[in-house]
Design a protein. Structure first.
Length: 295
């Protein structure tokens, strides 16, 4: 049988993403192109791989029987690519790093600047997003995450333990504060996230009594939320090392304990097969260690 890997990859990513539109975004192709690849694979194999359910797709029985085999092919292709790239004698090339918006904007620039000064042949593609990228599908080489991965194909190194607090502009606190008790916060306005329920529950677990009505402005972008805090629109959350260093803001609820979380550096377990990825990985470990030493 003549087998086109591009069609198989289109099928695999569509199965994992659940829709042609999401799969097309993940692969960086147009939706019609991806749809033609999936349809061509179905014709090539003589089976129907997907059923349409609303705007999404679900695997048929034939699709379910095939998806694990195609996933294994994808992992094998990834291993070949990673091993081949690691055989080069040079460390020149691109390393793709993904991190949260806050880490990308406030912490990584001086680290990357130092790396580029010492190793100018290495190019960094920084993907600033609060969504986790799939390292196994090579959406990034290295990730900085706040959740330890459970995938056995990934390795993780704990970088530091951070704390976050609630902040507001000094003008906002002068007009509406001080907030010296949970009751005092009942009239405060907060800046929330697009999917805000977990944030509200986390705050209320500290003894606050906040309602959805106290979050009149929400955004998926943490950096946008932080700028709104600085403009005096309400109370928002930020890592302590960033919030405490900003003269425009102050801790809005100083009696509230910090929201603590771990920061992890994550890569595929075959990171040792690529000299440049390993170099960047070790550089970030050292930089975060130095950052924690002066915190």
């Amino acid at each position: 049988m003549k087998f086109d890997w591009n069609r198989a990859r289109a099928f695999l990513v569509t199965a994992e993403e659940g829709s042609l539109s999401a799969a097309a975004r993940a692969l960086g192709v147009t939706q019609p192109t991806l749809g033609r690849q999936v349809a061509a694979l179905e014709e090539e194999l003589g089976v129907l791989l997907f059923d349409r359910v609303g705007r999404g797709l679900t695997l048929t029985a034939n699709g379910l029987a095939l998806v694990d085999h195609v996933r294994a092919m994808g992992e094998a292709a990834s291993h070949i690519s990673m091993t081949a790239s690691g055989q080069a004698t040079t460390i020149e090339g691109t390393v793709r790093v993904t991190a949260t918006e806050v880490a990308s904007a406030y912490l990584l620039p001086p680290m990357i600047a130092g790396l580029r000064k010492k190793h100018p042949g290495i190019e960094i593609e920084l993907v600033a997003t609060n969504n986790m990228r799939d390292l196994r599908r090579r959406e990034a080489d290295i990730a900085i995450r706040t959740v330890r991965p459970t995938d056995p194909q990934l390795i993780a190194r704990k970088l530091t333990r951070e704390g976050a607090h609630l902040y507001a502009s000094r003008d906002y606190l002068d007009q509406h504060g001080p907030f010296q008790s949970a009751e005092a916060l009942s009239s405060a306005e907060f800046l929330g996230f697009e999917d805000n329920q977990d944030f509200v529950e986390a705050l209320n677990n500290f003894g606050l009594r906040l309602s959805d009505a106290q979050f009149p402005v929400r955004t998926a972008a943490h950096l946008v939320q932080w700028q709104m805090v600085r403009e005096g629109m309400g109370i928002g959350v930020m890592a302590a090392r960033i919030g405490d260093a900003d003269p425009e803001v102050a801790r809005a609820v100083p009696w509230l304990p910090a929201f603590e979380y771990d920061v992890w550096l994550v890569a595929h377990r075959e990171v040792n097969s690529s000299r440049r990825v390993r170099l960047v990985f070790d550089w970030l470990v050292a930089q975060y260690k130095a950052l924690s030493a002066v915190a």
